[in-house]
Design a protein around this ligand. Sequence first.
Ligand code: NI
Length: 140
Amino acid sequence: MKAHLTRRYWFAASHRLHSEVMSEEENRRTYGKCNNPYGHGHNYALEVTVSGSVDPATGMVCDLVALDRFVETNILEKFGHANLNALAEFRGAVPTTENICTLVYDVLEKGFRPASVEKVRLEETMLNAFEYAGERGLRI
Ligand code: NI
């Protein structure tokens, strides 16, 4: 029996939406206020969904302490209170919700072993969120 577990985290970070492959004018037109050279911040809500069978001994899909520790060390400590544009992970990439979300998915997928990563959902504001379920998620 496969079950899903979703855990929610928060972090605050700043960014500027600006693409190196577009002109200043195109950047302003595409990103509007989000292209402001001084950047701006968000309180991101991050949801990580993992799956597995329910362990008969613990009654859990995955050790929550292990998941928390992994996310804390590999995501929250790195992205929390950071200027995302300055991180090596976003060199050459615009730190949009889409790119942050897929990056978080890849970090979990590559490094977290106690359970399978199903989906990552990232809320940037109350009005927008993005979710990514890996390449599998693109199959129709
Ligand atoms: Ni923004």
